[in-house]
Design a protein around this ligand. Structure first.
Ligand SMILES: NC(=O)c1ccc[n+]([C@@H]2O[C@H](COP(=O)([O-])OP(=O)(O)OC[C@H]3O[C@@H](n4cnc5c(N)ncnc54)[C@H](OP(=O)(O)O)[C@@H]3O)[C@@H](O)[C@H]2O)c1
Length: 295
């Protein structure tokens, strides 16, 4: 019986992966890594018989302890991009030290790895983590994720905000994205966790079945909300000025600009269908996702 540890289990992706995995393996096989045990979600995991391991990517010793007896590690990338690389070094080193057999790592798709690419900080931290894993001697499955469909909501807001601004205003030009709803990543990754031998030492590119730019997102969204929502792609400077005027925090502005310019630079325009193959079906369509989110 392989023991599987899900990191990021209090977050959106990790918690969804736990839910799918519970349908495929026995609960005794599942452990979750959490930073603190106080939330209802963690209490619920405990109640369900899931093994709770406490650890922080910043704390190497906590990870070696948490990884004891784990065969298969589902390693969700850290959310703090500035701290990601030292954190990820801790995770990989601790996995080796604790005798983990196989690691699944949630990386990113990309096209441009150059230092002057808009998404360089994101791409580089993932690329360096992949290199660490490949050099570690661990068995691996690298899961290069395209953008979450939920990023659309993060960028343009909820239905009330869309109906107020009556436009999608983002400097993504005509860049296309193969968006994937998080739950499709989670379902596919639970399939792999339940049958890791079939996916040993491979790099998979997880793209949505459809490629759309924000012009198309705006058209589909217009149909859902029943109003015409035009798409406007401003110049970066003008975009930053507009966001600063509505008092958005600088780090949020920088993040939205970085990803928008990354989209414009074609980082997420990928068509490889590894995700369809694992799922055995296409990913949720953007029209359906928008209906579910904005109707
Ligand atoms: N492909 C995309 O479009 C996209 C978009 C956004 C993010 N991402 C990446 O995908 C990851 C998962 O996404 P998500 O939506 O599930 O994010 P999320 O909901 O913010 O969850 C992040 C998870 O990582 C845990 N975590 C953060 N820092 C940690 C640390 N130092 N030590 C241990 N655990 C830590 C969090 O624990 P706590 O509950 O304790 O905070 C949480 O469980 C993100 O972390 C980010 O790297 C990808």
């Amino acid at each position: 019986m392989k023991k599987i540890l899900i990191t990021g289990a209090t977050g959106h992706l990790g918690s969804s992966t736990v839910r799918f995995l519970k349908e495929k393996v026995s609960t005794e096989q599942i452990a979750v890594l959490v930073r603190n045990t106080d939330s209802d979600l963690v209490k619920n995991y405990k109640h369900e018989g899931i093994d709770i391991r406490v650890g922080d990517y910043d704390n190497f010793e906590s990870l070696t302890e948490a990884f004891k007896g784990i065969d298969l590690l589902y390693f969700v990338s850290g959310s703090d991009i500035g701290k990601r690389l030292p954190q990820h070094k801790n995770v990989v080193k601790a996995a080796v030290q604790a005798g983990v057999e196989h690691v699944l790592y949630t990386s990113t798709v990309r096209n441009d790895e150059s230092e002057d690419a808009p998404l360089f900080p994101v791409v580089d931290s993932h690329k360096q983590t992949e290199d660490l894993i490949l050099a570690s001697g661990l068995n691996y499955t690298i899961l290069r994720h395209n953008l979450y469909a939920e990023v659309i909501n993060m960028f343009i807001g909820d239905k009330a905000q869309v109906l107020q601004t009556k436009s999608i205003y983002l400097p993504t030009e005509d860049g296309e994205v193969s968006f994937v709803p998080r739950k499709d990543f989670a379902e596919a990754e639970a399939i792999i966790l339940a049958k890791p031998e079939a996916y040993k030492n491979v790099i998979l590119e997880f793209n949505g079945s459809e490629q759309v730019g924000f012009k198309e997102v705006a058209e589909k969204l217009s149909a859902v909300v029943g109003e015409t929502i035009p798409y406007i792609s401003p110049e970066e400077g003008e975009f930053r000025k507009q966001l600063a005027e509505v008092s958005l925090p600088q780090e949020i502005i920088d993040m939205v600009v970085m990803f928008s310019l990354g989209i414009a630079n074609g980082e997420f325009n990928h068509k490889t269908n590894d995700l369809e193959k694992v799922l055995g079906r296409p990913t949720q369509s953007i029209a359906d996702f928008l209906k579910e989110t904005y109707a």
